[in-house]
Design a protein around this ligand. Structure first.
Ligand SMILES: [Zn+2]
Length: 408
């Protein structure tokens, strides 16, 4: 099996790492065994490859094209916890590490119907401070008889209890939803939007969710996504009731059991926020550049509210956030390690949203939306690149104004 993945990993030159994940899941005990193999892109000449792995995972085997990797324990500030770190050194051209490990899902990641292996499940290794780097992947999931597997992409090969998915995703966002039964609702036309839910029957709430997602995606595709539109999208609803998150790979996981976009403005904003992470997911989550993800996603959701005719809602949601930023530190250079956790939301989400609203006001809707489209298409990772795009599109004075807003 490893030989097969190595041959595949040695394939055509790619700018991003190639990852192969072979997972066997045991639903009865919520446990799993994984073989994770990463090969660096041919143009990546690093002589060392470091992988972080959750503290709770049991490493069973380590292989590498270089020196025999070692695993040590290190502190990872982002988790405020220790984890295991695997380090391999290379001398030749091949840069590949393979880790075999087993683990058990935490209680918030399963219910009596489904098991969630995804962005917040801590089930995959990742390079330090590159949790969300884009990788090409092949995911193979082996599940016992009577179980099905779903992922972000609809296309899967299925053979004798094995599901294979291929795609391009954030490193820790590779997703497998395992359940006895799925229900699916899909839009009739393009883009193809799917609502995938776990359980015996679809409800009216699922239909409403699909309709709202169609409206949100149609709006985004003619605004922030005008240069890079969504052509397919998957909404996964495992019903485990812990959180919601968007993924680069045209998908979102919404676990809330009472999620009703027709009844609740909060739910509608969450849906719009998470869908927009398809574009807003390239900023480094370990630095203040996370505002490029979270403030942009939050402001995109507010723009949708306004587009849908809820001007009062737009104003109220903006005012709610503005009220929290009074004496918050500057966005530029904000270091989450130096503040209590709640400050993160005030600076990176709320203050960032207020700055974007002010930029919107300054530029007017036509220019502002065109700027968002340009930023989205460029997969901007850092604020200096954003400032350069603003200078190019909107002039030096606006660029200097934005820098001042981010610095105060
Ligand atoms: Zn977000």
């Amino acid at each position: 099996m490893l030989l097969v993945s190595l041959l595949w990993l040695a394939g055509p030159v790619a700018a991003v790492p190639n990852v192969s994940v072979q997972m066997r899941v045991v639903p009865a005990t919520h446990s799993f065994t994984c073989r994770y193999t990463i090969a660096l892109a041919a143009d990546d000449t690093a002589t060392t490859l470091v992988l972080n792995l959750g503290r709770q995972l049991r490493i069973e085997n380590l292989l590498s094209s270089g020196s025999t990797p070692r695993a040590t324990r290190v502190y990872y500030p982002y988790f405020d916890d220790t984890l295991q770190q695997v380090v391999a050194h290379f001398s030749g051209r091949a840069r590949m590490v393979s880790v075999t490990y087993s683990g058990t899902l935490e209680g918030r990641l399963f219910n009596d119907r489904a098991l969630v292996f995804s962005g917040h499940s801590g089930w995959l290794p990742f390079r330090p401070y590159r949790d969300y780097e884009v990788v090409n992947y092949v995911l193979e999931v082996q599940a016992p008889a009577g179980y099905q597997v779903e992922s972000a992409s609809a296309e899967a090969e299925q053979r004798a209890g094995r599901w294979t998915f291929r795609g391009r995703a954030g490193a820790i966002e590779i997703t497998a939803l395992v359940a006895r039964e799925f229900q699916q609702l899909a839009s009739a036309g393009a883009p193809r939007i799917r609502v995938v839910t776990v359980g015996p029957a679809l409800t009216r709430t699922d239909t409403m969710l699909l309709r709202k997602a169609e409206g949100i995606i149609a709006y985004y595709n003619r605004s922030i996504g005008q240069l890079d539109p969504i052509t397919r999208f998957t909404i996964l609803l495992p019903g485990t009731n812990s959180d919601a998150f968007g993924m680069l790979e045209n998908a979102t996981m919404i676990t809330y059991t009472d999620f009703d976009v027709a009844a609740d403005r909060e739910a509608l904003l969450i849906l719009a926020h998470e869908i927009s992470h398809k574009w807003w997911g390239y900023g480094n989550v370990h630095t203040y550049n996370d505002w490029l993800n979270e403030a942009f996603a939050t402001y995109s959701s507010l723009l949708y509210l306004r587009e849908a005719g809820d001007e009062a809602g737009y104003q109220a949601e903006l005012a709610k956030r503005a009220a929290t930023v009074g004496n918050a530190p500057p966005i530029r250079g904000f270091d989450y390690r130096k503040y209590p956790r709640p400050m993160y939301r005030r600076v990176v989400y709320n203050k960032g949203t207020v700055v974007l609203a002010a930029l919107h006001e300054r530029l007017g809707t036509t220019q502002f939306v065109r700027l968002l489209g340009a930023v989205a298409a460029r997969h901007v990772r850092d604020t200096d690149t954003l400032l350069a795009i603003v200078a190019q599109n909107n002039g030096q004075a606006t660029r200097d104004w934005l820098l001042a807003e981010l610095s105060r």
